[in-house]
Write a protein that binds this ligand. Structure first.
Ligand code: ADP
Length: 292
């Protein structure tokens, strides 16, 4: 599928399928085309070529299929003058569902009588997510759901989404690759409007991490490390293994002044240094994007 604005394509031949109930992280730097992809899946933009199918129905044409989707845009648009409960009730009357159910789903009981204008950014975001989850849908599109939130609130929101995604397909966009590692099981990497990777995050994780330790002591006698450019470098299968080695060094009385991930498969992918032949990207000759 290709799509864009005013005849100018932004997305080029994007093809993927989402079948499992899971969080699919749509990762890419700002301007890569994530929002454009979400708008096209949501049926707001019509693709220039190809189709977005939901269980076989063309989303650009089928109102019924569009009703099975909900989209959280990265602009917060809640009525500031209403209380949380009134705002959710207002949307429930339009979209269906019940304000009280959404409030309990997102744990917003303490906020329900507060005015939207008095809420923090993180609280507003939780209310926006409650609005998206008012009604049971089959597919949720959440655009930058945790951007501009402090790490504690972001984690809280990710935990809620992880719980909700057990029986739902959630597409979750982010420009933060560390967040992608935490939140999703599947990764769609968007770079310059193309799909640079489509696969499981665990497949990337299984590759090696190279970690450098900076110490004043020669640690090559304690662990299997090689001195390279001022760092004692070791390869690990998982970040946890690196942590265990750090503990071993500290327990042996070594003072570690710095520990650094030198090479991380996700980082390499993000920066475009991993060969695309190792990615699971489907052939660009297909034109359909089949979701659900
Ligand atoms: P992301 O969500 O990954 O940050 P976007 O999908 O918002 O990326 O933007 C991708 C490209 O499309 C950018 O070059 C942006 O300037 C362009 N773009 C986004 N919205 C519009 C629009 N309404 N009209 C014209 N170009 C747009």
């Amino acid at each position: 599928m290709s799509a864009g604005y005013e005849g100018k394509p932004v997305l080029h031949q994007i093809t993927f399928e989402a079948r499992e109930s899971a969080i699919y992280v749509v990762l890419g730097p700002n301007g890569a085309g994530k929002t454009t992809l979400f708008r096209t899946i949501a049926g707001i933009l019509e693709p220039y070529s190809g189709r977005v199918l939901f269980d076989g129905d063309d989303l650009a044409r089928s109102k019924e299929a569009r009703k099975r989707i909900n989209y959280l845009s990265h602009y917060n648009a809640l009525p500031e003058e209403m209380t949380v409960w009134r705002a959710l009730d207002f949307y429930a009357k339009i979209e269906g569902g019940r304000a009280d159910d959404a409030i309990s789903l997102l744990g917003l009981e303490e906020l329900k009588d507060k005015k939207v204008s008095d809420l923090s950014q993180g609280q507003k975001k939780r209310v926006s997510i409650a609005k998206v989850f008012l009604q049971e849908r089959d597919l949720y599109l959440l655009d930058e759901a945790t951007s501009n939130l402090d790490p504690g609130v972001s984690k809280e929101i990710r935990d809620i989404l992880l719980r909700l995604s057990k029986e739902r397909i959630v597409l979750y966009s982010s420009h933060n690759l560390y967040e992608a590692r935490d939140v999703g099981t599947n990764l769609l990497l968007v770079r310059n409007g193309t799909l640079a990777y489509n696969g499981r995050i665990s497949d990337l994780r299984s590759k090696e991490y190279r970690v450098g330790f900076r110490t004043a002591t020669d640690i090559s006698k304690i662990v299997d490390a090689k001195l390279e450019g001022g760092y004692y470098v070791m390869s690990f299968g998982t970040p946890q293994d690196a942590g265990l080695t750090l503990k071993k060094l500290v327990d042996s009385g070594v003072i570690v002044t710095e520990m650094r991930e030198l090479d991380n498969p996700l980082q390499n992918l993000f920066e475009g240094t991993l060969s695309s032949s190792s990615s699971g990207t489907r052939g660009a000759s297909e034109t359909d994007g089949n979701v659900g």
